[in-house]
Design a binder for this molecule. Structure first.
Ligand SMILES: [Cu+2]
Length: 123
């Protein structure tokens, strides 16, 4: 009984130590994760421009509010979400470690040409 209590307290101390170590942050690892919601329709993204910090993990909740299939593609990052009309798709990408801009587009035939493009800015 007493030994179990000691074990439990020891575990608590260990967990607390790990948590506070993570909380320190700083440097490049301090970006934290982000979530963005994007809607796709004919033929646009709302919002069309999203931003992320270098190395940041970004979860995209992509909702298709249109009447045909749409995708959310960041070709440079090998990232693609596909959503049917009225449906949503989610996924997480890691932003590049160096700043820059990356095209977002819908790769359904004709949609990019119709203006279904966006931009990811890493800064
Ligand atoms: Cu589309």
């Amino acid at each position: 009984m007493f030994r179990k209590l000691i074990l439990f307290v020891g575990l608590l101390v260990a967990v607390t130590a790990v948590l506070s170590a993570c909380g320190g942050g700083g440097g490049n690892a301090g970006a934290g994760a982000a979530t963005v919601s994007v809607e796709g329709s004919e033929f646009a993204y709302t919002p069309a421009d999203i931003t992320a910090k270098p190395g940041q993990k970004v979860t995209v909740n992509f909702k298709n509010v249109g009447t045909v299939e749409h995708t959310f593609v960041i070709k440079d990052l090998n990232f693609k979400l596909t959503a049917q009309p009225g449906q949503s798709a989610s996924g997480t990408f890691t932003a590049p470690s160096t700043p820059g801009t990356f095209q977002i587009h819908c790769d359904v035939a004709g949609h990019t040409e119709a203006g279904m493009v966006g931009k990811l800015t890493v800064q």
